[in-house]
Design a protein around this ligand. Structure first.
Ligand SMILES: Nc1ncnc2c1ncn2[C@@H]1O[C@H](COP(=O)(O)OP(=O)(O)OP(=O)(O)O)[C@@H](O)[C@H]1O
Length: 251
């Protein structure tokens, strides 16, 4: 039984149309405290659209989203305080030092001036950035820039952290480090991460939600799942075959 005090995201009846095209169709997304949820799906499945709606960057056509009990559509500023977001392209400024950039983000996040240093120290420590705090972001390796991107997402200690493709383009050592950071952060926050890398999901996620054509085709823990790859391909191919059969009947 879910303790509702632990429910960090509750999104129901979520749909999004681009003109006539339905990109997300009556979706439900829930996330509880201490959970790392992997959002998976082939290209065009609706992952980015879903994440943009959950982070308040895109209005849903229908549906309700509550972040830590606060209605995102009715009280967007308050709800967004509960959220940290790392888009696929980390929004970092190459000409600032890590410390300057994180202070700037803290102010943008409305962290009171007197608490900025503490917030920056907290995020830097969690993301292993202390040693590079005075370095220009543009001179850092991609793995460290990704850490800076994650640090800006957790600066204000949000309940929910949403990470879009957090390890894309990193080398195997950096990938291992970022994955262990995500697992670590998952203990105190609720995390949603989107990725195309199936082993990544098995390595870091407690639960996986697979989307196809804007709908959920799988939502469950990975207990007892030997190969997520097999589950993924079976589901996607089954859907394709069903859709082809329906089109043939209609023709
Ligand atoms: N701004 C837009 N205008 C029109 N159609 C869009 C727009 N953004 C996305 N779509 C369409 O909506 C569907 C879902 O796209 P979305 O980017 O959410 O999928 P995705 O699962 O994130 O894909 P990818 O893995 O390629 O990033 C796709 O068919 C896409 O072409």
């Amino acid at each position: 039984m879910v303790n509702h005090q632990d429910r960090l995201i509750s999104a129901v009846g979520l749909s999004r149309y681009y003109s006539e095209h339905c990109a997300v169709n009556n979706l439900e997304v829930v996330l509880d405290k201490g959970e790392v949820l992997g959002l998976l799906g082939p290209n065009g499945a609706g992952k980015s659209t879903t994440m943009q709606m959950l982070t308040g960057n895109l209005a849903p056509s229908t549906g309700e989203i509550k972040i830590n009990g606060i209605d995102l559509l009715d009280e967007p500023r308050k709800a967004k305080q509960q959220l940290g977001y790392l888009p696929e392209q980390p929004p970092v400024y190459r000409d600032l030092t890590v410390s300057e950039y994180l202070h700037y983000c803290a102010r943008l996040r409305n962290v009171p001036a007197a608490q900025c240093r503490k917030a920056v120290d907290y995020a830097s420590e969690r993301c292993g950035l202390q040693a590079v705090s005075q370095r220009l972001i543009g001179n850092l390796s991609k793995g460290f820039r990704q850490r800076v991107g994650i640090a800006q997402a957790i600066l204000h200690n949000p309940a929910v952290v949403i990470l879009d493709e957090p390890t894309v383009g990193l080398d195997p050592i950096q990938i291992r480090e970022i994955r262990s950071l995500i697992r670590e952060l998952g203990k105190d926050h609720g995390i949603i991460l989107s990725t195309h890398i199936l082993p990544e999901v098995q390595a870091v996620c407690d639960r996986v939600q697979i989307l196809n054509r804007g709908k959920t085709v799988f939502n469950g823990t990975l207990d007892g799942v030997e190969s997520l790859e097999k589950v993924f391909f079976d589901l996607i191919f089954r859907e394709e075959a069903l859709s082809d059969a329906q089109q043939e009947v209609a023709a």
